[in-house]
Design a protein around this ligand. Sequence first.
Ligand SMILES: NC(=O)c1ccc[n+]([C@@H]2O[C@H](COP(=O)([O-])OP(=O)(O)OC[C@H]3O[C@@H](n4cnc5c(N)ncnc54)[C@H](OP(=O)(O)O)[C@@H]3O)[C@@H](O)[C@H]2O)c1
Length: 233
Amino acid sequence: MPRSKVVLITGATRGLGRAMVDEFARLGHKVLGCGRSGKDIDRLRLAHGTPHDFYAVDVANDEAVKSWASVMLTSHGPPDLLLNNAGVINANARLWEIGPREFDEVIDVNLKGVANVIRRFAPEMVKRKTGVIVNFSSGWGRSVDAEVAPYCATKWAIEGLTQSLAEELPSGMAAIPLNPGIIDTDMLRSSFGDSAKSYPSAIQWAKVAVPFLLKLGPGDNGQPLTVPKPEMH
Ligand SMILES: NC(=O)c1ccc[n+]([C@@H]2O[C@H](COP(=O)([O-])OP(=O)(O)OC[C@H]3O[C@@H](n4cnc5c(N)ncnc54)[C@H](OP(=O)(O)O)[C@@H]3O)[C@@H](O)[C@H]2O)c1
């Protein structure tokens, strides 16, 4: 069993983030998290009280991330594992059919949101010279399909941003672009429709992903990694 870690997860309220909260907490780690929905954050607080800590924060809002980081760093110190998991996908459509508001939201959350969180949390991690930053990429950060161009653009950008960040970190730290695999969540249902059901659930995925994440260290810095496929029951 690794020592108890402080794990910070963006997008902790649903899907992969929510399943990771349960699994990290079950293994004895302290989980800090955010999501936009205040109601979902209240539910998380009920399910996981102290020492865990959850706030309603929109990662696309740098001022909100700044305030959240200040409270988290003061109360809990720098995270050992920072998981930039929050993400959105455009509704399936060809690029020229996607309006500017939807395009901006995908970029603001998936790309600028990750930079906001790193801007506000990384300096304290760098000072301590320990910690792993995992930025959630996708199969669509390494390949493409029709009708998800904005999403693909952000995930390809995350691969580059993360590998560049890896060059900047002191030894003892790591930045890793991570493809989580294909998992039945709200996001997958948006692009795959009913066939999302034939993929593992977030709970099944977290049983494999969390031990995988806990083993990441400086030796993985800059490596594009993929979570091993969970068994389907
Ligand atoms: N599921 C898959 O098969 C798959 C495959 C490849 C990559 N991924 C990646 O894995 C990550 C998690 O995906 P998922 O399938 O779990 O998606 P999901 O089920 O749609 O959950 C997304 C989570 O992110 C939160 N979120 C969205 N925008 C946010 C914002 N601006 N600020 C803070 N939180 C925000 C959502 O909560 P609120 O809406 O309440 O904010 C929710 O908790 C994403 O980065 C996604 O691109 C997933």
